[in-house]
Design a binder for this molecule. Structure first.
Ligand code: AMP
Length: 250
């Protein structure tokens, strides 16, 4: 029995939490590390994606990986491979800003599953839209999710944080401030207002979207929505950051 933890490397405590969750299942733990060109629309973003393979092997092993797998492009994508569609949810929010991104994600996950043949795979809530799309894939692999791991000051751990300067990092903290404040709002409308005002343009955060959605299908949340979540994306110093948080009042 095998559990797979797919990653793009530059491992941090968020990835470690996934690997530890995998370890707790009492199965062979494979951590895959592959920066998937199919899910990058922006060539610069792909080229600047941080890479630290040796450190990654160490971190993954300490967290409990039995195998750290660095697939080659040709292994995953043999000549004539076909891309899989992520479906309608793949066109919203992250997908609207990064057309084709989720098709690339679903395709690589499908290929990783086909080769590693896990019975379980672990993904983070950090990429919540990705998680929902992967859970909807036609696969027998059981999908387990792990809540977002944060820095002491609330910033969601991300390999992309490495690209921020100290002042950029301070700007990025507004994302968590907005989420934490919206979480306490008594209504969806007020929560949305809090997101709008907290993320106003003078913060230096270049907002793409900040919305309260229904976790099920990413439609706009309303008072009756049972599982609602605030989702935020935008840029700091040209680095795209995303985060999300479940809202109370469920
Ligand atoms: P990535 O290497 O960014 O593609 O992420 C690989 C996996 O780790 C995905 O399932 C992510 O959702 C998850 N992940 C990334 N950052 C975090 C975090 N801060 N907390 C929990 N999971 C995370």
């Amino acid at each position: 029995m095998t559990v797979l933890v797919p990653t793009m490397g530059a491992l941090h405590k968020g990835h470690q939490a996934l690997i530890k969750r995998a370890r707790s299942l009492d199965k062979d733990v494979i951590v895959s590390i592959f920066v998937n060109p199919l899910q990058f629309q922006n060539k610069e973003d792909l080229e600047k994606y941080p890479r630290s393979p040796e450190r990654d092997i160490e971190i993954a092993t300490i967290a409990g990986a039995n195998e750290v797998w660095f697939p080659e492009y040709e292994d995953l994508y043999p000549k004539g491979f076909t891309t899989i569609s992520a479906g309608p949810l793949g066109d919203k929010y992250e997908g609207a800003s990064r057309p084709g991104h989720f098709d690339g994600v679903v395709t690589v996950v499908d290929r990783l599953f086909a080769i590693a043949k896990p019975d379980t795979a672990i993904f983070g809530e950090k990429d919540f839209q990705q998680l929902v799309i992967i859970k909807a894939m036609k696969t027998k692999v059981e999908i387990i999710s792990v809540p977002t791991v944060r820095e002491f000051d609330g910033l969601a751990m991300s390999s992309r944080n490495l690209r921020l300067s100290q002042s950029g990092r301070n700007v990025a903290l507004v994302i968590h401030r907005a989420l934490a404040a919206a979480k306490l709002a008594p209504t969806v409308e007020i929560a949305q207002e809090i997101l709008n005002t907290t993320l106003s343009t003078d913060t230096g955060f270049d907002k793409d979207y900040a919305t309260i959605i229904d976790e099920k299908d990413f439609s706009l949340a309303h008072e009756g929505t049972e599982n609602r979540r605030a989702i935020i994306a935008g840029w700091v110093e040209g680095v795209r950051l995303i985060d999300s948080m479940p809202m109370v009042g469920r």
